[in-house]
Design a protein around this ligand. Structure first.
Ligand code: CTP
Length: 400
């Protein structure tokens, strides 16, 4: 998983966004990748090769018409060394050459020779980007399996406003990591719920729980990285929406119920990592409750059980995964939940285990399956565990 140990060949072509490739180089290296930078002659007008040399720790290969035999060998060896080949920023010119197999400089000859996945991050003036010829070229590249990282919209260096900005470094890193990830969830729709719910007592108070949403967000991020079309129905959290994920915000269990159930039929997988409140105050006071002298008794009403509703309306082939957090009798309670809610899989964790549960970056769980089998992967990051959960759901879906 990730960029650690990978060789990234980064081609920098001549546009004002070339300076941003320096930050990309630095962040790729911090993520554990080896970065080999290739520049076109015109890119060196915007940023010096020395910058990349310092950041990458390798000699920057600059385009030259004065090519001798050694250069030829270098471009082939770089083409072979690449685990992923990145052009960022990519000018309209290099995109046109790539689409038509023109190889007249170091960048384009190396590109033509590589068998690695290719990521292209276009950056140019809006008019050039929107021009039908550029769009047609990008379609051609997409059709051939190139990964295009869409440019951002905003104010461009030339003063125009529109599409054409090189995306920020986290977006580029995401595009590169995605090109390296197996796209085994491509074409699948995955819905994930995450976070707590909040049940209002009055305009200033609510009932909730300690969920931070980390497990659900990690699942959504990994599913999107592996090519799924992901909807994340999220209770209130402090987390950023993962790249490539469509997020729907909800507050209460009833809102979550509505947003999930209305989308359920279209999903191939539903993973219910949210910590849904089982109860809500029977009445929500329209104004702030004022304190009195004695005790306050609040009557709670039952919330709908979303997972149970999904389990009982599950269509053939759809995979349903629930979560169970317990403080006692973990596996018995979890097995019972799996059966009652008609899940294919249940992820059980104990609040008592170190490194598991609310707010941690790791998790220790037991996975229970509908056929009665179980497994307990070792303590690991929520990202790595997400990959295992997705692997198992895919395998079980394939078994039918
Ligand atoms: N869940 C749900 N709707 C609810 C309550 C829970 O969809 N109203 C889902 C959670 O998202 C989770 C699973 O059910 O995937 C288990 O949640 P948990 O609170 O552990 O189970 P409960 O059924 O509420 O059982 P109990 O509170 O009795 O342990």
């Amino acid at each position: 998983m990730g960029l650690a140990g990978k060789t990234v060949v980064l081609c920098v072509t001549g546009g004002i966004a070339a300076y941003k490739a320096a930050d990309l180089t630095s962040k790729l290296r911090q993520a554990g990748a080896a970065v080999r930078v290739l520049m076109t002659e015109s890119a060196t007008q915007f940023i010096a090769p020395m910058t990349f040399e310092t950041l990458s720790g390798y000699r920057t290969v600059v385009d030259t018409f004065d090519r001798d035999f050694a250069w030829e060998v270098e471009h082939i060896s770089l083409a072979k060394a690449a685990d992923v080949f990145v052009i960022a920023p990519a000018t309209a010119n290099v995109i046109a050459k790539a689409a038509h197999g023109i190889a007249d400089d170091m960048v384009t000859t190396t590109l033509l020779a590589t068998k690695a996945p290719v990521v292209i991050a276009p950056a140019m003036n809006t008019g050039m980007y929107d021009n039908p010829v550029t769009q047609e070229n990008l379609r051609t590249l997409r059709r051939r399996g190139f990964h295009i990282v869409e440019p951002a919209a905003g104010r461009l260096a030339c003063g125009d406003t529109g599409r054409g900005k090189l995306p920020d470094t986290p977006t580029l890193l995401w595009g590169i990591e995605k090109a390296l990830a197996p796209q085994d969830l491509a074409g699948k729709r995955v819905l994930v719920t995450a976070g707590p719910t909040q049940e209002a007592m009055d305009p200033v108070r609510f009932l909730s729980n300690h969920s931070t949403g980390k497990m659900g967000y990690a699942l959504a991020a990994r599913a999107a990285m592996r090519g799924a079309e992901v909807t994340l129905v999220s209770g209130p959290t402090a987390l950023e929406t993962p790249h490539g994920v469509h997020r729907v915000d909800v507050v209460s269990a009833r809102e979550m119920h509505e947003e999930v159930v209305s989308r359920a039929a279209q999903q191939d997988m539903i993973i219910k990592a949210a910590a849904v409140g089982d109860y809500r105050p029977a009445e929500t006071a329209p104004e702030k409750l004022k304190k009195g002298e004695g005790e306050l008794t609040v009557t709670l009403a039952r919330n709908p059980d979303i997972l149970a509703a999904l389990g009982h309306s599950k269509r053939p082939g759809q995979m349903l995964c629930g979560f169970a957090m317990e403080t006692q009798n973990l596996l018995d309670n979890a097995a019972d939940k799996l059966r009652r809610k008609n899940c294919d899989m249940l992820v059980a964790n104990s609040l008592r285990d170190k490194g598991a549960g609310f707010g941690t970056d790791t998790n220790l769980v037991t996975l229970l399956y509908a056929d009665g089998t179980r497994e307990t992967p070792p303590l690991m990051s929520k990202e790595a565990l997400s990959d295992i959960i997705l692997d198992r759901l895919l395998q079980r879906a394939a078994q039918g």
